[in-house]
Design a protein around this ligand. Structure first.
Ligand code: BT5
Length: 240
C-alpha cells in the first residue's frame, strides 16, 4: 500500500537519493517527503528547484521488473489530484505534468536492476517559483490564488498513486490508454531531443509500450525517450 509508511524530512539533498539508500530495507510503498531539497534532480543531470512549500517526494516500488511506463502512474495520480482542485492538467510525455503552457510537476523514476524502482515526484504547490522559471512553470497557489493545506493534498495524491499503481500491476497498457486521453499533443507538431539528435514531427500516437509514435518527414518513428517541445503553432492551441 503506497503511503502506509511515510518518512518526513526537513531538508535533504534529494528524496530520490535518500529513498534509493533505504529501498532494500523498507517495504514497498514507503514514501519519503522533504520540506526542501538542496540538490533536487531532474533527468540527465538537470536541477529541480525545490523551495519550501512544494511537494518533493519519492516512493519506493518493487515491481517484478522496471518499466518506463511507471512514470505514467505518477503523472496520472498528479493529474487526478489536481483535477480535484479544479485544475485541468495534462501529461506531457514522458514525465511531466503541465497546466496550459506551463510545467507544474515532473517525475523521475530510477531503477536498481530488478530490485526496486524509486519514483520521485516534484510538484509546485505553495512554493515560490524561481525567477528563471517564470513563464515556464506554475504552481497550485499561482493557479487558484491561495495556499492549500499541503498535508491534505499529499493524502489525496497517495490514494491516487496507490490506485494507479494497482492498475499498472494488473494491466500496464490500461495506464497507457489513460495517459493517451490526457495527452492533448496527439496530432500536434513537436520537436524531440533525444540526447543524440533532434528532429521534428507530428505526434501520431502513444503506443501500448509507452513509446511515442511520430510522423516525420522521413516516415514514422518510434521514440523511447527524450524531451518533447511544442512548436509555437501547437502551444497556441493549449489554452487554459
Ligand atoms: C523532471 O526532470 O521533470 C523530474 C523532476 C523530479 C523532481 C523530483 S522532486 C522529488 C524527487 N527527488 C529528486 O531529486 N527529484 C525528484 P526533467 O524533465 O529533466 O525537467 C527538469 C527541468 O524542469 C529543469 O531543467 C527546469 O527547466 C525545469 N524545472 C526545474 N525545477 C522546476 C520546478 N520546481 N517546477 C517546474 N519546472 C522546473
Amino acid at each position: 500500500m503506497i503511503g502506509s509508511k511515510v518518512i518526513r524530512l526537513d531538508e535533504i539533498d534529494s528524496t530520490n537519493e535518500y529513498a534509493k539508500g533505504i529501498a532494500s530495507e523498507v517495504p514497498e510503498g514507503t514514501v519519503v517527503i522533504a520540506k526542501t531539497q538542496r540538490a533536487g534532480k531532474g533527468r540527465r543531470g538537470r536541477r529541480w528547484a525545490s523551495p519550501e512549500g512544494g511537494l518533493w517526494m519519492s516512493v519506493v516500488l518493487k515491481p517484478e521488473k522496471p518499466d518506463p511506463r511507471l512514470a505514467f502512474v505518477g503523472a496520472l495520480a498528479v493529474v487526478d489530484a489536481l483535477g480535484e482542485l479544479g485544475i485541468k492538467a495534462w501529461v506531457k510525455w514522458p514525465n511531466d505534468v503541465w497546466v496550459g503552457r506551463r510545467k507544474i510537476a515532473g517525475i523521475l523514476t530510477e531503477a536498481r536492476g530488478g530490485e526496486f524502482v524509486v519514483m520521485g515526484i516534484g510538484l509546485n504547490v505553495n512554493n515560490p517559483l524561481p525567477e528563471e522559471l517564470k513563464g515556464k512553470a506554475t504552481s497550485i497557489k499561482a493557479l487558484i490564488g491561495r495556499e492549500i493545506p499541503l498535508e491534505d493534498f499529499v493524502e489525496s495524491l497517495l490514494r491516487r498513486l496507490d490506485r494507479w499503481y494497482a492498475v499498472f500491476l494488473r494491466d500496464p497498457e490500461k495506464v497507457v490508454r489513460e495517459v493517451r486521453e490526457r495527452m492533448p499533443i496527439l496530432g500536434k507538431a513537436v520537436e524531440v531531443a533525444t540526447g543524440e539528435e533532434r528532429f521534428s514531427g507530428e505526434v501520431a500516437d502513444l503506443l501500448p509500450d509507452g513509446s511515442l509514435l511520430l510522423k516525420t518527414k522521413d516516415g514514422m518513428r518510434r521514440v523511447l525517450q527524450g524531451d518533447v517541445s511544442l512548436r509555437l503553432s501547437s502551444t497556441n492551441e493549449l489554452k487554459n
